[in-house]
Design a protein around this ligand. Structure first.
Ligand SMILES: NC(=O)c1ccc[n+]([C@@H]2O[C@H](COP(=O)([O-])OP(=O)(O)OC[C@H]3O[C@@H](n4cnc5c(N)ncnc54)[C@H](O)[C@@H]3O)[C@@H](O)[C@H]2O)c1
Length: 341
């Protein structure tokens, strides 16, 4: 199998590349390095199946044409996106363009490959479902579009299922809903095998530990450096923290299951932890934990708890790594990889 991973030099993307190589796929990573790092994929150079990293922008049709000329791709994992909530509030346009328009461009490139493989012109500007779908006998690339739990409305104390209403608290969440709905529409319009994968907050080795990073890496790095851990706001806000290798396995399971085509699927542990409790778990040797004013209180979601029963039902997927184990692995990695600070 030949796989393309957009955002492949990012945190979750590089783990997906690793998993795909381990199962014997040929893998190309595409990333503009706006938040990814060449070091994240350094270990793959020279490995069998690794086709390299293309440094380029998913919004650029010439870049996508070049990348797809290196196909055909059996699967496309679309993870490339601007992921920063506060940046999307400060300046919404780059997030809108990368996340909504970027997803549209990737879907269009997949549609072109699909149509051309079946002798249909992607530029014909006339698609007759009853006439053309039976002609689409050669399979389209299997597409997994990466969404986020930040799309959902507040859920009180309840765990969030895929049918929970949307109400994004940031342009990031809103742009992702646009991207997700485009993906679903491509399945409905063209019968393209697309799945929207919706993991809750993901953490682990290779996540950035600066302001662009995730709370777990930020807390652990500060603890290793013997700096106080800073809680934004009250610390009562909770997160359902998914270890990154479980997340990568979830994405692979989504792209393998026919039952997941045209579906949106959540992933999380079903257990949430408050940021104050997380800080207490990360602080060692009496290290100080301090509360500081929140930078985007209006976009804070006080409780994020995942109901992943659909993933269990249709994929047989369940997370394997406990929070304690995941924190230990992330701490060990940060201790050994100071280049990533
Ligand atoms: N980390 C989480 O907790 C989490 C949770 C749910 C969903 N997600 C989603 O998972 C995906 C990966 O997130 P991540 O945490 O690994 O973040 P990340 O920033 O490490 O990965 C995203 C990658 O996309 C690249 N990128 C951004 N814009 C691009 C563009 N225009 N062209 C090409 N590449 C571009 C970045 O350089 C980066 O390497 C994102 O779609 C994100 O929304 C992340």
């Amino acid at each position: 199998m030949r796989a393309l991973v957009t955002g492949g030099a990012g945190f979750i993307g590089r783990w997906l590349v690793e998993r795909l190589l381990a199962r014997g796929d040929e893998v190309l990573a595409l990333d503009d390095l706006s938040n990814g790092r060449k070091e994240n994929v350094r270990d793959f150079e020279g490995k069998p199946g690794y086709l390299g990293l293309v440094v380029g922008d998913i919004k650029d049709t010439a870049t996508l044409a070049d990348v797809f000329s290196r196909g055909p791709w059996d699967s496309v994992f679309h993870l490339g996106a601007s992921i920063h909530v506060q940046k999307s509030i400060d300046d919404p346009e780059p997030t809108f363009r990368n996340d909504a328009e970027g997803t549209f461009r990737v879907l269009e490139a997949c549609r072109r490959q699909y149509f051309e493989a079946n002798g249909l012109s992607p530029d014909a500007k006339a698609f007759d479902y009853d006439r053309d779908v039976p002609r689409l006998t050669k399979r389209a690339p299997r597409v997994a579009v990466m969404s986020t739990c930040m799309v959902y409305d507040l859920a009180g104390g309840a765990a969030i299922t895929e049918t929970h209403p949307y109400r994004p608290a940031s342009p990031y969440g809103a742009a992702k809903i646009g991207a997700d709905m485009l993906a679903i529409s491509y399945e409905k319009s063209y019968r393209m095998p697309v799945t929207v994968v919706r993991p809750f907050n993901t953490y682990g080795p290779f996540q950035k530990s600066n302001s662009e990073g995730g709370v777990v890496s930020i807390f652990l790095k500060r603890d290793i450096a013997r700096e106080p851990l800073l809680i934004k706001g009250t610390g009562a806000q909770t997160r359902d923290l998914l270890y990154v290798e479980d997340c990568a396995d979830f994405i692979l399971a989504c792209a393998a299951a026919p039952e997941a085509e045209g579906e949106i699927v959540n992933a999380g542990t079903g257990r949430d932890v408050s940021i104050a409790d997380l800080a207490a778990k990360c602080a060692t040797g009496g290290n100080e934990v301090k509360k500081v004013p929140h930078d985007h209180p209006q976009a804070e979601i006080m409780k994020l708890l995942c109901d992943a029963s659909k993933a269990k039902r249709i994929l047989g997927w369940e997370p394997k790594v406990s929070l304690e184990e995941g924190l230990a692995r992330t701490r060990a990695w940060l201790e050994q990889n100071r280049w990533a600070w």
